[in-house]
Design a protein around this ligand. Structure first.
Ligand SMILES: [Zn+2]
Length: 149
C-alpha cells in the first residue's frame, strides 16, 4: 500500500512529469488514482498530489463534498488579480499551519480520468485547494509561501 511521504523528504521538491494519454487509460494508472483518493479520505485531506505518495506524476485528487475528483496534467490558465489570504495545512507537513496569500480565483485546464481535456473556473474552496496541489507538482510547498504562522 502506498503511503504519504513527509517534509523534508527531497522527493517532495522534485518537478513532476506530465502523464501521457495512453498511460491515463491503463488499469495501473486508474488504480493509482483510486489509491490516492483512498489516502486522501483516510487522512481527511482536502486534496492529495502524486508527489506526496512519492510518484512524480502531474496528478492531483481533490475532495469535493466527499467525492474525489482527479485532475490530470492540470494547468492554471488564468489568475484573478484579487488575492485572498487563508490558513493552510498539508498532509506532508503534519502539525504545521500558516496563512498563505493566493489569487482568489483561477481558471484551469486539466484531463479527467478518461483523459478528456476539461476547463474549469475555480473559486473559493476549489481555487485554494487546486493551487496548493498544483504547487506540489512543481516541488513547491505551502511553507514556502507562509506570510504568518
Ligand atoms: Zn499539500
Amino acid at each position: 500500500m502506498l503511503k504519504i511521504i513527509t517534509h523534508p523528504n527531497p522527493n517532495l521538491r522534485k518537478k513532476s512529469l506530465p502523464v501521457e494519454n495512453q498511460q491515463i487509460l491503463t488499469s495501473e494508472f486508474q488504480k493509482l488514482l483510486n489509491q490516492m483518493s483512498y489516502l486522501m479520505f483516510k487522512y481527511d485531506g482536502a486534496g492529495l498530489a502524486a508527489p506526496q505518495i512519492d510518484k512524480q506524476y502531474r496528478v492531483v485528487v481533490v475532495n469535493i463534498k466527499g467525492q474525489s475528483q482527479a485532475f490530470i496534467n492540470p494547468k492554471i490558465t488564468k489568475k484573478s488579480l484579487l488575492k485572498k489570504t487563508l490558513e493552510e495545512g498539508c498532509l506532508s507537513i503534519p502539525g504545521v499551519f500558516g496563512w498563505v496569500k493566493r489569487p482568489k480565483k483561477v481558471t484551469i485546464k486539466y484531463q479527467d480520468k478518461n483523459a478528456i481535456w476539461q476547463k474549469e473556473k475555480c473559486d473559493e474552496y476549489l481555487s485554494r485547494v487546486i493551487q496548493h496541489e498544483i504547487d506540489h507538482l512543481d516541488g513547491v510547498l505551502f511553507i514556502d509561501k507562509i506570510i504568518k504562522k
